[in-house]
Structure formats: structure tokens, C-alpha cells
Design a protein around this ligand. Structure first.
Ligand code: SF4
Ligand code: SF4
Length: 668
């Protein structure tokens, strides 16, 4: 086919997608039902996965390599990806395969695949990812790469076991067709490990040959995925070194999860106690400090990344996880049917924090009309009367109302339900509070700048006592207040300084007040909110967890899955250190937002005794993992029912230190 006729063929397929029928893609086997639903909901990129190495930003003067890596990773998360499964067959039989139940030995029809690839471009996706099963065994694989290039993807990536690329000509043809990146699944650095884990004799030799062939094309970036499991965790540093010596600079370390064949058939040989793995992990993670090396972690419980917080996966990867089980999660939110995976797996599941520990209580609150806190914007457009009725049926102890200005707020307050429930009012910056404050229900106002705080506390808009003023604290404001201790004192106890949650790490990096500044503010008498006592050095105000935002409800008055996940990432994804379980405040404390911890590290969390003093014998991170290790070993001996050698931290911690939940509401 000539170049121009190829282009017109591509254009014809693109045109055909004007009327693309998602149901048909499901019937043709291109998409599962969950994938189709995710697609319908998705206006955004898929998140996570490998960084786009060719998109490294220019090195900025004075910016550390660590900051550069953070920026590249965040850019990668925002990059719009289009995942396309091209086969339901694989030439390996990995013991931990998550996809085995989707594999029926068939190839997916090429025309349907092309229609779906073209659809991704129409949706503005920039990166095409061809996956399977094993994508490269599809008879039209090279044609699909070429087609992706023709319809305009900037970057074409494949996820593969590398075996097909051991044929040099095949690797070259793929590169010539436009393949930019191959993510090769290599779980060992020896034939013994790789062949055993993949259930495929020859997997190592052919995989390595495939990687070399791809590298030798000079056109394809090659990186490595490793599924961390009981058989390879001790070799993790060696695995990275082996592939580093093959010029690989990017690694995705995926923690085994309790789904698929790994849990159903091989749990005893694959799952392990994370506390055993800590010394090996730390050696492996240290590779991330090497110039030019990019490490990603996936589904690894975050407390085990103490000292390596930059490797905590971007919280937005949760959206991808929830997309993958959309049907299950939506059935729960809309009909109360527990997800298929609920039960034994939950204790070992990375999604315990956002799923069982938070989404389940959220639905419980909605149903029982018992959300403790609700939030409404004056301009809320209700998706239906039903949604409005469900929201207004709640019996909260606090309502937060956001409005543009005083008049807007006054109007909204007139029609606000919930009886005499106290109202926290947040207006746009600079807006006058006057009119709104005449309404007796407002007992707290929220402001975001020092000018607004001054107006509200001592200026012309002075808020009458006992109304409180909550100030959203950033680094500049903290510095301003610390430089004016007299002003701070004169503003008195009605002032609350709130550390903000940031959806992105960059938001935290740009504006977080430092832990030291928080401690100093607390010492000067400031009331801090959203800060654990160990950081403030004294008592603090509780965070607004379990808050129903009106925007989270769908037409049926149920929680919308995407709205919930977004809310979780921004406001509920809190975490704590393993050491927190020695802290007397553990039960009442939810720790810190994940992005504050990614920015400042777990080390700032220091266990306290009942009187609020720092424990002298709190121990290091390594110390506590040793305690947990011994405790789980004893537990194994005591109970024959336990799955020996398969402990996630939540279990271990309960065993060793009492039945407390790990990581607060966001302990994923
Ligand atoms: S926590 Fe949620 S996603 Fe994980 S196994 Fe349990 S029900 Fe399934
Ligand atoms: S539980 Fe953890 S975060 Fe909370 S006060 Fe104690 S040490 Fe700090």
C-alpha cells in the first residue's frame, strides 16, 4: 500500500469513529465491560505507568535531580494514554498473572482494534499502549503500530514479555513501524528465577535477546517491569543492577496483589511478609538516587517507603485501579452489592484504604443519612431532584457553604436546609463578609490570604465574636505570621490555621508550610488544623474527614465513583508511619495527607506518650519492622489457619501492637 493510500485508509477509520459503538467494541472483545464504562467516563488520561523519557524537561538551574524526577513523573501521570488490549492470549504462564481469567486464547479482530485505536486519538490521547495477554503475538501487531503512528499518536509503547522480539527482524520491523518504547516484564536476573516465575522454559534467554534486539534498533526505549514476590524480593537489588548494566534506566516495581492466578493458585509461594523484605527494598530503592535512573513503585504499602517517599506512587494511579473494577465498585455504590473480591483478600489489598476503609463507610453514611459534615456550593447544579433530596436528608453536625460574595452567601443561607446546624462560610478572595455574617448560623469563616484574615479579625469586615476565622495556610502566610508574633497574639484564639490538602505533589512542594514553621506557630499559641500533634508539638484541631460534597452525588442520589475517588485523593488519602502504632494518639489521629508526606517524609511523625511527650524509645523504622517480623512469625506458629508468609502490614501491625488500623482513613 502506498503512503498516501495508507493515510486515506487511516483517515477512513478515524471518520468511521464518528459513530463508534462502545457496545460493539465490547461484543468484539476489544473492551471488557469495565473498560468500556471507564472509557465512557474518562475525559482524562489514564494515570501512572512508565515515564515518558523523551519528554524530560530542560534542566532548570538550581533545581535538584530529585525535583526534576518528580516533575517528570507528575508530567507522566498527566500524560493522556490510550491502553489497547490486542490479544486474549499469552505465550507465557506467569504464576502471578492478573489477566488469566480474561484469556480465552483468541486474537482480537484487527479492524475493531483499529477503530478503537483511532477513537483514542479522537479523545485527545497522545500515547498508545499496546498490551495483552501478550500483544506482540497478534498477527497484525506491526500493522497496528504503524496504524497508531498514522492516526497521530506521538508515542507508541508496548507492554511485553520480550520473547517475540528475540527475532531480530521482527524487532527491527516494529521499530521501523514506529514503536517508541517497550516495557518488558522481567522478574528475575537469572534463567532460574524468570523461567520459574513465568512458567515458561526459555523465557529469560529469549526475553534478554528480545531486549537487546530492541535496544540495537536505536529507536526504542526499553524499560523493565518487575512483579515483586516471595521468590524474587531478596534479589531485587541484583535484578536492578543486572538490567542497569544492560543500559536500562527505568524500572517499575509492582508489588504482588491478591488477585488473579497469584492468589488463587500460588499464594503460598508468592506472598511474603513485607517486614522481611525491608533491607532488600532499601538497597533496591537506593538505585533511584543514581543520576538518570527512574524507579516507580506500584501498589506498595506507603509506610514501607519511609526514607524513599519520592517513590510513593502518584495518588492518581488510584483512578486507574478503580477504573479496572468499575462495574464492581459502581454496583456497590449504587446497589450496596459488595465487590466480587470482598472478603479474604481485603486484608492484603492495596485498595483497602480507599475501598473498604473509606468507601464502605461513605456509603454507610449516605444510606444512614449520617454524614457528619456536608459541603455545598451556592451555585450547585443538582443532577436531579433525587440527588438533592439525598443530600438534604443528611443530619450533619457542620455545613460548609462556599459562595462568591456576601450577597450570594446571604441568598444561599436563606434556603439552606439542616435546621440550626452551624455553618462554615467560604467566600471568594477579597469578598466582603458583611451581608453574610448577619445570618446567625455562620460560626466560622474561611479565608485564604493574610489580607482577608486581617480584615476578618481586626479590619473593616471584623467578624463578631464568637465566630471563628479559619485561614488556609501556605508557606508565605506562615512566614508572614511568624515574623509578626504580636499580630498573631492579638488575633487571639478565634484564629485557626489550616494546612491544605494538595491534589498534586507539586502543589505541596510549592506551598506547604514546613513542619518547623508549624511547630513554631503552635508554640506561639496558634490553633492548627489538619496537623498531627507530634508535628505541632501540642493539641490540634481535627480534620474534616467523612465530608459529603454535593458534587459527589449522581443522578440517582448515589455516590458517583469518579467523584468519590477524586475526593479521596484530595481529602482522604492520609497516611501514617509504621512507628505511629507506638503512639498514644494513634487511634484518634489520621496522620498527614499523602502529598505532605511525599514532600516532607515520614520521619517528621514522632510517636507520643499519653501526656503528649515524644517517646524516647519509639525506635527507628527498621526497628519496628523487626518487631513486626517477629510478631508475625509467632502468629504463624500459633495459627494454622493463617496463610503462612503472606502478611500485609495492616495484619502484622494488628498482631504486634493491637487492633488498630494502619494509616488512618487513607492507609493504602
Ligand atoms: S479492599 Fe476493596 S478492592 Fe480490595 S479486595 Fe477488598 S473489596 Fe476488593
Ligand atoms: S499517631 Fe503518628 S502521626 Fe499521629 S501523633 Fe502519633 S506519631 Fe504523630
Amino acid at each position: 500500500m502506498s503512503g498516501s493510500s495508507e493515510q486515506s485508509a487511516a483517515a477512513a477509520v478515524v471518520a468511521a469513529t464518528e459513530h463508534i459503538d462502545i457496545d460493539r467494541l465490547v461484543r468484539d472483545g476489544v473492551l471488557t465491560r469495565d473498560e468500556a464504562r471507564a472509557l465512557e467516563h474518562s475525559q482524562q488520561s489514564d494515570s501512572g505507568g512508565a515515564a515518558r523519557m523523551e519528554a524530560l524537561p530542560e534542566t532548570r538551574g538550581g533545581v535538584s535531580e530529585g525535583d526534576e524526577k518528580d516533575a517528570v513523573k507528575e508530567a507522566a501521570v498527566k500524560h493522556k494514554r490510550h491502553w489497547v488490549r490486542v490479544t486474549r492470549v499469552c505465550n507465557q504462564r506467569c504464576t502471578f498473572c492478573l489477566d488469566s481469567m480474561n484469556q480465552d486464547g483468541t486474537m482480537i479482530d484487527t479492524d475493531s482494534l483499529k477503530a478503537y485505536i483511532a477513537l483514542g486519538r479522537k479523545m485527545g490521547r497522545e500515547r498508545l499502549i499496546l498490551s495483552g495477554g501478550e500483544a506482540s503475538v497478534h498477527p497484525d501487531y506491526i500493522e497496528l503500530i504503524r496504524f497508531g503512528r498514522e492516526v497521530g499518536y506521538e508515542w507508541i509503547q508496548t507492554v511485553t514479555n520480550g520473547m517475540m522480539f528475540s527475532y531480530r527482524k521482527f524487532a527491527q520491523k516494529c521499530a521501523d513501524a514506529g514503536l517508541n518504547e517497550a516495557t518488558v516484564s522481567m522478574h528475575g536476573h537469572t534463567a532460574y528465577l524468570q523461567d520459574r516465575l513465568t512458567g515458561t522454559p526459555g523465557a529469560f534467554v529469549t526475553g534478554i535477546k528480545g531486549m537487546k534486539n530492541l535496544i540495537n534498533t536505536g529507536k526504542v526505549v526499553v524499560n523493565v517491569d518487575v512483579v515483586i514476590n516471595k521468590q524474587n524480593y531478596k534479589h531485587l537489588p541484583d535484578i536492578i543492577e543486572y538490567y542497569y548494566n544492560m543500559s536500562i534506566r527505568e524500572f517499575d516495581l509492582l508489588h504482588i496483589i491478591p488477585f488473579g492466578r497469584g492468589f488463587d493458585e500460588h499464594r503460598h509461594s508468592l506472598f511474603f511478609d513485607l517486614n522481611d523484605a525491608v533491607p532488600y527494598f532499601r538497597k533496591a530503592f537506593a538505585w533511584a538516587n543514581k543520576p538518570g535512573v527512574y524507579l516507580w513503585t506500584n501498589r506498595l504499602p506507603v509506610p514501607y517507603l519511609e526514607d524513599f517517599e519520592r517513590l510513593i506512587q502518584d495518588p492518581h494511579k488510584l483512578t486507574y485501579e478503580f477504573d479496572g473494577g468499575r462495574h464492581n465498585f459502581e454496583s456497590f455504590l449504587k446497589r450496596g452489592l459488595k465487590p466480587d473480591c470482598w472478603g479474604e483478600r481485603c486484608d492484603y489489598c492495596f485498595l483497602d484504604g480507599p475501598c473498604r476503609s473509606t468507601m464502605f463507610p461513605y456509603r454507610g453514611h449516605l444510606e444512614a443519612r449520617s454524614f457528619p459534615h456536608v459541603r455545598l456550593d451556592s451555585q450547585t447544579v443538582w443532577p436531579s431532584n433525587e440527588a438533592r433530596a439525598v443530600f438534604e436528608a443528611q443530619a450533619p453536625q457542620r455545613v460548609t457553604l462556599t459562595a462568591r460574595d456576601g450577597d450570594d452567601a446571604a441568598r444561599a443561607l436563606e434556603s439552606l436546609p439542616f435546621g440550626d446546624t452551624p455553618v462554615t462560610l467560604q467566600l471568594d478572595p477579597g469578598a466582603s463578609l458583611d451581608t453574610a455574617l448577619s445570618h446567625g448560623r455562620v460560626d466560622r469563616v474561611v479565608v485564604a490570604s493574610v489580607a482577608d484574615a486581617a480584615r476578618a479579625l481586626v479590619g473593616k469586615d471584623k467578624v463578631p465574636a464568637p465566630t471563628e476565622v479559619e485561614v488556609l495556610l501556605d508557606r508565605a502566610l506562615a512566614a508572614w505570621l511568624l515574623a509578626r508574633p504580636t499580630t498573631l497574639r492579638s488575633w487571639g484564639s478565634r484564629l485557626i490555621l489550616t494546612v491544605q490538602d494538595h491534589e498534586y505533589l507539586s502543589g505541596s512542594q510549592e506551598t506547604d508550610p514546613t513542619p518547623e514553621s508549624l511547630r513554631k506557630l503552635a508554640r506561639q499559641g496558634a490553633r492548627l488544623k489538619n496537623v498531627p500533634e507530634c508535628v505541632a508539638g501540642g493539641a490540634t484541631e481535627p480534620h474534616d474527614h467523612h465530608m459529603l460534597d454535593a458534587g459527589m452525588l449522581d443522578r440517582g442520589g448515589d455516590l458517583d465513583l469518579d467523584g468519590y475517588v477524586h475526593h479521596y485523593i484530595e481529602h482522604e488519602y492520609y497516611a501514617k508511619s509504621l512507628r505511629c502504632h507506638r503512639c498514644a494518639k494513634n487511634d484518634s489521629c489520621s496522620g498527614l495527607h499523602i502529598n505532605y508526606l511525599r514532600n516532607h517524609g515520614f520521619k517528621i511523625l514522632r510517636p507520643l506518650d499519653a501526656a503528649g511527650r515524644e517517646l524516647e524509645d519509639a525506635g527507628s523504622f527498621e526497628d519496628i519492622t523487626q518487631v513486626l517480623k517477629q510478631a508475625t512469625a509467632q502468629q504463624d506458629k500459633r495459627s494454622r489457619k493463617r496463610i503462612v508468609g503472606m502478611h500485609q502490614p495492616a495484619q502484622s501491625v494488628r498482631v504486634a501492637l493491637g487492633d488498630t488500623r494502619l494509616g488512618g482513613p487513607g492507609g493504602a
